[in-house]
Design a protein around this ligand. Structure first.
Ligand code: ADP
Length: 516
């Protein structure tokens, strides 16, 4: 029993906190040794003294205005931080827990005191750290927000650029159409007299300009994921032979030697012949451009592990190793070849790779470095056992002398087209609005109507439907002439009752074929 008491006394006396009891008037009834030791007093020195003397003035004020009312009303006061006066007059910050208890007819306040100095410092440090962390998080958040805003702006700018390129190339095509028609007229009229050379130069430059605009248009289709392929079985050997034939004048002009190795048997891929020819022509054109005059260009087509593999190798200016990875990016032009780019825009290879990818193929580049030539390899998956579609003859015949109604709100475009058709022996009538065309058609009885789509009153699709409704046009061959050449546009034209769809600038040979 005694031992138990001693243990309790010890526990009270040497507790890890200060313990004290006061009566309701603030007289200290008992206090443990821990508290005496903290205050620098001999054990028991506090007993019989007044709490009042232990508190500095501010703590006293706080105790009587805050703690005592709480003790009276609730019987407890928690988490109160005040200073106690130590023996030498220094202050000891403590945290209090107070409980008022009734003992018979008197009230006793039990005090538990915890040293708070360290806690202060710890809390301060914690606060500082947390503020620093919050600050850091805030800075990071602000940076993330800025990055996000910059990203959004960049994507919007990129989208605007793609849209701008699409619109620009489309708009540039419009004036090219009448220029091409006018030039074709001039070629027919003056192709054999003393103006032939001037007309030839005009023709070459116009072709070049048209090709640039076409490339821009195509590449914007690829970047906007709007390019559609018109797939059919294509014999790559025939396609490469045709492309080499087309590029022969350029090779000859630069005195290049072109060695062509084609397989005996056809190599058939499932592809869009026009697009694939574009790729091959680009590779041949680059080999010619980026090889000094008198160079050697090897073109080799072979079947390789289920693929048609075309290699175009030149002994030209070559490509530095560091640029091999970027050469297919849009608008990339390497410094050494810049003066040889001949007005290129750095679009060709980006377009070629985009087209190859759309065909589930690829284009690879190799070069041993500047001055050591380059090799481009186009790989396309082969389809086995497939008959190649018969080549359509494009040999121009004489067009029939037909009555052609030409409808275009661009007066120049309409007139040059009419002049050319007349040179073919056709009789033409012009209209610059859809309503005008509808008014002329019943008397003119057109055998062919060549309709622009963007007309001021209503569009060419609607005009085609209405013309089809007229007895006079029941058998008329309706041809749409538009700046837009996507599959969607062709479908719209078919749905409206058009027999054919031509993209501006109109290829005169294709038109000639349609008039036969
Ligand atoms: P462009 O020829 O219109 O500039 P391309 O996209 O076809 O655009 O080519 C991009 C760049 O790649 C060229 O400007 C040129 O620097 C480089 N290049 C392409 N083909 C070759 C080649 N056969 N030899 C050396 N450099 C080439």
């Amino acid at each position: 029993m005694n031992a138990a008491l001693t243990a309790t006394d010890l526990f009270f006396d040497q507790a890890a906190c200060g313990l004290m009891a006061t009566d309701a008037h603030g007289m200290i009834l008992t206090a443990n040794t821990s508290l005496h030791a903290w205050l620098g007093m001999a054990p028991g020195a506090l007993v019989g003294t007044r709490l009042h003397d232990l508190l500095p003035a501010s703590a006293r004020l706080f105790h009587y205005t805050c703690c005592v009312p709480r003790l009276q009303s609730e019987g407890v006061a928690h988490d109160i931080q005040i200073d106690l006066l130590m023996a030498g007059g220094a202050r000891l910050p403590v945290l209090l827990q107070l409980v008022r208890q009734r003992d018979g007819d008197r009230e006793i306040d039990h005090w538990a005191l915890f040293r708070a100095g360290g806690r202060h410092a710890y809390e301060n440090a914690l606060l500082c750290k947390s503020e620093a962390a919050d600050g850091g998080r805030e800075v990071q958040r602000q940076r993330d927000l800025q990055l996000q805003a910059a990203n959004t702006q960049l994507s919007a700018a990129d989208l605007r650029k793609d849209e701008f390129l699409a619109t620009l190339s489309h708009e540039l095509r419009n004036p090219l159409a009448p220029m091409r028609s006018a030039l074709d007229v001039l070629k027919i009229r003056h192709g054999n007299d003393e103006d032939a050379r001037v007309i030839g130069a005009f023709d070459r430059q116009l072709r070049h300009l048209t090709r640039l605009v076409d490339d821009l248009m195509e590449v914007s289709r690829i970047t906007q994921n709007r390019m559609q392929l018109r797939r059919a079985p294509v014999d790559m050997a025939a396609l490469v032979r045709g492309a080499v034939h087309d590029m022969a004048p350029m090779m000859t002009a630069a005195r290049h030697t072109l060695r062509l190795a084609l397989p005996e048997a056809p190599l058939t891929v499932d592809g869009d012949a026009t697009r694939l020819a574009q790729v091959v022509i680009n590779l041949l054109g680059n080999a010619a451009k980026y090889t000094p005059d008198g160079g050697l260009i090897d073109v080799e087509l072979a079947g390789q592990a289920g693929h048609a593999e075309l290699r175009v190798r030149d002994n030209g200016i070559g490509i530095p190793a560091g640029a091999l990875g970027t050469i297919f990016q849009l608008f990339t032009q390497l410094e050494p070849g810049r003066e040889r780019a001949c007005g290129g825009l750095g679009i060709g290879l980006a377009l070629a790779r985009g087209i190859a990818l759309l065909h589930d193929g690829e284009i690879l580049v190799e070069s041993d470095g500047p001055g050591r030539g380059s090799q481009f390899t186009l790989r396309l998956p082969l389809i086995a056992g497939c008959a190649v579609a018969e080549e359509i003859s494009t040999a121009p015949g004489q067009p029939a002398a037909l009555r052609v109604l030409v409808v275009d709100d661009n007066v120049d475009a309409a007139e040059t087209m009419a002049t050319m058709l007349e040179l073919f022996g056709c009789t033409t009538l012009l209209a610059h609005t859809a309503a005008g065309a509808l008014a002329l058609a019943p008397d003119f009885l057109p055998e062919v109507a060549l309709l622009d789509i963007g007309l001021p009153d209503f569009n060419g699709y609607e005009l085609a439907r209405r013309l089809r409704g007229l007895d006079a046009c029941a058998g008329t061959k309706l041809i749409a002439a538009t700046g837009w050449g996507q599959e969607r546009d062709r479908q719209l034209a078919r749905d409206a009752g058009f027999d054919h769809h031509l993209t501006k600038p109109i290829d005169i040979e294709r038109l000639r074929l349609l008039l036969q």
